[in-house]
Design a protein around this ligand. Structure first.
Ligand SMILES: Nc1ncnc2c1ncn2[C@@H]1O[C@H](COP(=O)(O)OP(=O)(O)OP(=O)(O)O)[C@@H](O)[C@H]1O
Ligand SMILES: [Zn+2]
Length: 769
């Protein structure tokens, strides 16, 4: 578990005699968002003393050539600072200039940034640039403007100043109104040119100052209000527990374990209402896909000022929201992962819905997990944190079991609706049922689809693989078409007649002949969503179908469109990848079909079973949410696999109690701590050599620190080659909190970088390929 105390790990106290011989000095500690990351200390020139503050950007000279760099001031150092001994006051270069009038990041978020930097072993400057969005740093959407005011002395004794009638008119106009005058507006009101105004400025009768102003606002359309629902007993019990912590202004993490359709969102909304009544703000984190109109509407129908931060915002819009939030004008912030950094002045609650979702982990530096960051933030700002899921991550479940989190269970669906009945179709014995028609859809599933549609219901089909055919193979020599830059087979896309690499987007025209033997009977095998769509269209030619996967959802607003058509009943069948498994609430869906439950089951990843269980359970939960009930059919080659058996029974508790001992045996999370190091480079041997060097440095550092850890590997990564680069990886496994951070930080000082070789460390990795 992330330990909030670790921020004191590397702090050193100065010895008293070191302080004695130091004069009075003032320095700023600066970090950069690019190498060299720092921190470096700079002296603060007298004229900048009042403007250099923690959290502002400064321009400083760096290195022998005094190259100009922009950095972030992270601390003001004086002789009485606990770290004063680390400053060499006589040797510092001065700061050249201060960029920001106000800090971009407040003390609380700066402290959080420190925690992230240390825990995820990432440069602090990079973390700060993750916390403060680029638009906010660049003041996107704002403009410097000149404002005029009358010199107070002139105002006091206007009669004694010698002025022409026009000049007097100008000054009297200004004094007659409280408005902030710009030269243009003033000239227009008086009905003169800007010439006489400039003359008055030159004489010092009119003073001017510049200020940044918002160019344009992005007002949000209000939604029609809806009343609160009457909570059922389980919802009320959960809300009461949360309300107590909100009242007490205390940190506590609640794991809201509620089955699909149990009304978790209604509990969040009611808790947030209380927070808003207290004049505080709430942050609601959801997977990107949940930022659909449905969620937006649900919150906007209950609160006046809701900011929705989705990835399709422009940088100007994002910056606008950021400023609105910082000024306290927003009550509820709904967003994906990075909304955990919303600069709320008075935070009252954080909600993280679908907390098991892998999208909460960032896949580039800093590789933070929003769940852990939310926990740190909630802890340091003394607010409750709600983690909600029908299928909690085993990490959270384990913390709840061991008393670190408080579990609130919603065991029933709202309005006593039953959970849908789930049946499996065993593809091993029933292959015949499919082969007859060469259809990826088994007869049984097809019959159920026909029935659901004829009764006016809607159907959701899940296939967690995009594209048309997932493999392009020559039947004569067996050659499979691979991406030349990545070690994975190309996927056939009928749209655009092309073959595409799903990692790097390398695209070639659909091959007609084998590239090795020239045979022209190329076979396209394996099943992706595109082919599924074609098959379903053949089976149900008169039915409107929509497909949702990253290929169809690239355009802005495409989610919204597809989902609102499905919601309105215009589309009858919705098929797609895991995107469609999450959080959708459509009462008219009476059938869910899982086309292949095994796609994620046999991946080289210790979370494969957990992911499969979660995906099948979540998609199964999309049906039976209305009076018509619902049914689920799961096609699988592994019907006895515990992940699938438990999913068909909606039985999270049993799944967890079967899976946890396996994790414990191998020291995987939630028992052990893991980090993954990935090394990549164009020359395979060099990348491998670097990986071995890093492993040695890590082992050596662990020995020196007398800390227990185990380096597994290095070996070729499951995805050996990606975008033209060879990849090696190793896992670092340990039991103790902080061991990985201490060892890797020490190893970093030993590791000799190699040209053209990059390496990264991923603490608590989710991506294992
Ligand atoms: N007390 C209640 N009475 C009646 N309807 C309710 C009540 N609480 C919630 N609902 C409705 O039940 C439906 C499901 O609720 P919600 O989407 O919050 O479930 P959930 O637990 O988040 O489900 P999932 O995990 O599957 O996304 C919604 O349409 C919601 O408006
Ligand atoms: Zn590729």
């Amino acid at each position: 578990m992330p330990d909030p105390k670790q921020s004191s790990l590397f702090e050193t106290q100065p010895d008293p005699w070191q302080l004695d011989d130091q004069d009075d000095w003032l320095a700023a500690r600066i970090v950069f968002a690019a190498p060299p990351f720092g921190p470096y200390d700079y002296s603060i020139p007298a004229e900048l003393e009042s403007s250099v503050k923690k959290g502002v950007r400064v321009i400083v000279p760096l290195g022998r050539g005094n190259r100009t760099m922009t950095g972030y001031c992270i601390d003001i150092m004086t002789p009485s600072h606990p770290d004063a001994a680390t400053v060499k006051p006589n040797r510092l270069k001065p700061i050249s200039r201060v960029v920001d009038a106000k800090p971009l990041i407040d003390e609380k978020l700066l402290k959080l940034s420190h925690q992230i930097a240390e825990y995820y072993i990432s440069p602090l400057g990079t973390v700060i640039e993750t916390v403060v969005p680029v638009g906010a740093r660049e003041n996107s959407g704002t403009r410097e403007m000149l404002f005029l005011s009358v010199d107070p002395e002139v105002a006091r004794d206007l009669d004694s100043v010698k002025l022409t009638p026009l000049q007097r008119n100008i000054i009297e106009t200004m004094l007659g109104s409280n408005q902030d005058w710009t030269p243009g507006e003033l000239a227009e009101t008086v009905g003169c040119t800007q010439g006489p105004i400039s003359t008055l400025r030159r004489k010092g009768h009119i003073l001017s100052s510049t200020r940044r102003v918002q160019q344009k606002t992005h007002e949000i359309q209000p939604e029609a209000r809806t009343e609160n629902l009457v909570l059922n007993v389980e919802q009320q019990t959960a809300l009461d527990a949360i309300a107590k912590s909100i009242d007490a202004e205390e940190y506590k993490t609640f794991l809201v374990h509620g089955i699909t359709g149990s009304g978790k969102t209604e509990v969040y909304i009611r808790a947030i209402q209380q927070v808003v009544e207290y004049g505080r703000q709430a942050i609601v984190l959801v997977p990107e896909i949940s930022l659909t109109p449905q969620t937006r509407r649900r919150f906007r129908a209950r609160f006046d000022r809701v900011a929705v931060l989705h990835s399709h915002l422009t940088s100007v819009q994002r910056a606008w929201h950021w400023r609105q939030i910082a000024e306290g004008n927003v009550q509820v912030i709904i967003g994906a992962r990075s909304a955990v950094f919303a600069p709320t002045p008075r935070l009252g609650l954080i909600v993280l819905d679908e907390e098991h979702d892998a999208s909460f982990k960032q896949d580039n530096t800093p590789r933070y997990h929003a769940r852990d960051v939310a926990q740190w933030r909630a802890e340091s700002e003394n607010v409750p944190l709600l983690l909600g899921s029908a299928t909690p991550s085993l990490e959270s479940w384990h913390k709840a079991q061991t008393g670190q989190f408080k579990t609130l269970s919603l065991k029933n669906r709202v309005l006593d609706l039953p959970l849908p009945d789930v049946a499996t179709i065993d593809l091993r014995t029933d292959v015949a049922g499919m082969r007859k028609r060469f259809s990826p859809i088994h007869q049984k599933l097809r019959q159920e689809m026909a029935m659901a549609l004829s009764e006016g219901g809607q159907v959701i089909l899940l296939l967690n693989r995009r594209g048309f055919s997932t493999r392009i193979q020559c039947p004569s020599c067996g050659k499979v078409e691979y991406c030349p830059d990545c070690s994975i087979p190309l996927t056939h896309h009928v749209e655009g007649k092309k073959a595409v690499c799903h990692y790097c987007d390398h695209t070639i025209p659909e091959p007609r002949r084998c590239s090795d033997c020239g045979n022209d009977a190329i076979r396209f095998s394996g099943l992706g969503t595109q082919r599924l769509e074609a098959e379903v269209a053949k089976l149900f030619p008169d039915v409107e179908i929509a497909r949702m996967d990253t290929d169809t959802m690239r355009k802005r607003g495409s989610h919204e469109k597809a989902l609102s058509k499905f919601r309105d009943g215009e589309t009858k069948i919705l098929l797609g990848t895991q995107m469609i498994a999450k959080g959708l609430d459509f009462p008219n869906v009476t059938l869910v079909g899982v086309v292949n439950a095994d796609t994620s089951l046999h991946l080289p990843d210790f979370r494969a079973a957990e992911r499969t269980f979660g995906l099948v359970t979540q998609v199964a939960g999309r049906t039976g949410r209305g009076e018509r009930g619902g049914r689920v059919l799961v096609q699988t080659f592994s019907p006895e696999n515990p992940a699938i058996v438990c999913a068909t029974r909606h039985d999270y508790v049993n799944f967890a109690s079967g899976e946890l001992p396996v994790r414990e045996e191998f020291n995987y999370p939630p028992y052990g701590k893991l980090a993954r190091i990935v090394v990549r480079g164009e020359v395979m041997a060099k990348a491998e050599q670097m990986a071995e060097h890093i492993a040695e440095c890590i082992n050596e550092s662990a020995d020196e620190l007398e800390l227990q850890l185990c380096v597994i590997g290095p070996s070729a990564a499951p995805l050996e080659k990606l975008r033209g680069l060879y990849r090696f990886h190793m896992l670092i496994s340990t039991i103790e909190t902080n061991t990985i951070q201490r060892v890797v930080t020490r190893a970093q000082t030993k590791i000799r970088e190699m040209d053209d070789i990059q390496w990264i460390v991923d603490v608590d990795p989710y991506n294992m390929v």
